[in-house]
Design a protein around this ligand. Structure first.
Ligand SMILES: Nc1ncnc2c1ncn2[C@@H]1O[C@H](COP(=O)(O)OP(=O)(O)O)[C@@H](O)[C@H]1O
Ligand SMILES: [Mg+2]
Length: 309
């Protein structure tokens, strides 16, 4: 581990955001205030502006407005881009961790969850209930699976593998003409899931393997994303908190936002895990300051990895 990083209490943090034009936006501002209240100064930077400098004897990651290797980095956003651009942005996080930076969430955790197929696999492997899911590139396979479900009057959901905020998530029912209009539905990969009929779903914030806050989200239709206008209500249902905690542990997340839905049989199922969750909706129904909880957790995990070594 590099000598200039994990030796002293946390004093400075880099907040990676793709909202530099607005000083990190609402979430960035909340984090900056919460870090400042703990005596930690923060610098906003975009992963796409970093320079990997491998021209000297030791590798250097150059972060705009920041000198040296940061003690900690909070990942609030990764701008979308080509496969190569995203790989390079994640590499900044991978390499910072190797240089001794405490990265919250680290690149491996982001990779495990940004890819919905990997999440489904890890949940299933860990025995955590999640809706039946199929992932393939073959249009023929996809159509067979969809047709079989529709023949049994079972609806399906198709999602972008790397999507978020409900964008591109579509319901497949008998009104959908097959073959699917491939290009407008998917980007070369079919992520198909059994549809769970529900009037709402849940979002749970888990930090350090503990479910801290949760809300019920009720959308205008079957999509219950806050970004699409879902109504939020705070909940404390233990079964919802429990399954979210198990999911966070199974995916080995420093912190995360877990989406949970209740099947009509009563069984709870995990839909997905978010490694860069927004919390504006959650904050609107909570007395406790969410950014302060996150910052406390960063300090806790930073100190644990720093001083227990
Ligand atoms: N299998 C499903 N059955 C019923 N509703 C679903 C299913 N999958 C997703 N949804 C609805 O769509 C929303 C978005 O899906 P999700 O998997 O969380 O992707 P995103 O990353 O876009 O939030 C969920 O919050 C839920 O309301
Ligand atoms: Mg979601």
């Amino acid at each position: 581990m590099d000598s200039n990083t994990h030796q002293t209490p946390l004093q400075q943090v880099v907040i990676f955001t793709d909202e530099l034009a607005t000083q990190g936006g609402w979430h960035g501002e909340q984090l900056k205030l919460a870090f400042a209240a703990c005596g930690v100064s923060s610098t906003f930077a975009s992963l796409k502006d970093c320079l990997l400098d491998f021209s000297e004897l030791k590798p250097v990651i150059r972060i705009p407005q920041y000198e040296g290797v940061p003690q900690a980095a909070f990942v609030r956003g990764i701008a979308g881009g080509s496969m190569q651009q995203i790989t390079t942005r994640l590499n900044v996080l991978h390499l910072l961790k190797r240089l001794g930076t405490f990265v919250y969430n680290d690149a491996h955790a982001i990779e495990r969850t940004v890819d919905k197929a990997m999440t489904s696999f890890l949940l299933l492997q860990a025995g955590i209930p999640t809706p039946p899911t199929w992932v393939c590139e073959s249009r023929q396979h996809a159509h067979q699976i969809i047709q079989q479900h529709l023949n049994h009057h079972q609806q399906m959901v198709i999602k972008p593998l790397f999507g978020s905020q409900g964008q591109g998530v579509r319901l497949l029912n008998s009104s959908i003409p097959l073959p699917l209009p491939m290009d407008s539905f998917v980007d070369g990969v079919f992520y198909l899931q059994a549809f769970v009929e529900a009037t709402h779903d849940y979002r749970v914030f888990v930090m350090s393997r503990e479910a801290k806050l949760a809300m019920r989200r009720t959308g205008d239709n079957w999509l219950h994303n806050v970004a699409l206008g879902a109504k939020c209500e705070r909940i404390v249902d233990h079964d919802v908190l429990d399954i979210a905690t198990q999911a966070a542990i199974a995916l080995d997340m420093a912190y995360c936002g877990v989406d949970v839905i209740r099947h009509k049989t009563g069984e709870l199922q995990v839909l997905e895990i978010n490694s860069i969750p927004a919390w504006r909706g959650l904050q609107s129904v909570c007395d406790v300051n969410v950014a302060e909880l996150l910052v406390k957790d960063v300090l806790h995990q930073f100190n644990r990895t720093t001083f227990s070594a």
